[in-house]
Write a protein of this length. Structure first.
Length: 66
């Protein structure tokens, strides 16, 4: 099973779909979220959504601890 996330490229505003299994890490640089992909090539993509927004939209909002 594959899970795809929909993000918006920071530079162009273009919508892009990314296989979440290929994202090794997410970090913030100012207004940009940087998605770093697994593997040795060091490829990254900058998107407008925050890591919290990406995870909430695609995995559901976190629940409060009791």
């Amino acid at each position: 099973m594959r899970f795809w996330i929909q993000c918006t490229r920071f530079e162009t505003g273009q919508t892009i779909h990314i296989n979440i299994a290929l994202v090794g890490s997410m970090s913030r640089e100012g207004e940009r979220t940087v998605l770093a992909f697994v593997g040795g090539d060091g490829q990254t993509i900058e998107v407008t959504e925050t890591p919290e927004h990406i995870l909430a939209v695609h995995l559901g909002a976190p629940t409060a601890a009791p």
